[in-house]
Design a protein around this ligand. Structure first.
Ligand SMILES: [Zn+2]
Length: 145
């Protein structure tokens, strides 16, 4: 099971849904989260931070390394590693995927009884279109899709 968490950014104007692969890391490992609005006043430190479409995640790398090593994950721990391997990263492909997915299901819900096939097709095609948009916008996790 993976722990999910909704985290509000430093300025409090936006939030992100996070996921912790295998529950190895705790939410405190993400020292700070900056949305595109509050990240503008942060000096990017590439040793501890990862930037993704204007959002900045700042990690406690020493803490992460300790927790991971204790559970048998070895190797050099970097922000890129934590993010890309899924130990502490967006739930889905971007901070707001959870809400977009929820809204999509709610919007298409009337179709379930009217035309289930159309419902499933619409769900798939609209989601793929959304993912293509994320990829075009440069979201890091979307690049691998
Ligand atoms: Zn913010």
């Amino acid at each position: 099971m993976c722990l999910n968490e909704r985290r509000v950014c430093e300025c409090g104007r936006q939030d992100a849904y996070l996921i912790f692969r295998d529950n190895l890391l705790s939410p405190e490992i993400l020292v700070n989260l900056y949305c595109p609005e509050c990240s503008a006043r942060v000096r990017l430190d590439r040793d501890t931070m990862l930037q993704d479409c204007g959002w900045v995640l700042e990690y406690d790398l020493e803490g992460a390394q300790g927790l991971l090593a204790r559970q048998g994950v070895t190797g050099t721990v970097t922000p890129e590693f934590l993010f890309d391997a899924g130990y502490l990263t967006w739930q889905g492909l971007s901070p707001g995927d959870h809400d977009v997915n929820h809204d999509l299901h709610r919007r298409l819900a009337p179709l379930v009884e009217a035309d289930l096939t159309l419902y499933l097709q619409s769900l798939k095609s609209e989601w793929l279109e959304y993912v293509a948009g994320l990829k075009a916008a440069g979201w890091r996790k979307a690049q691998a899709t």
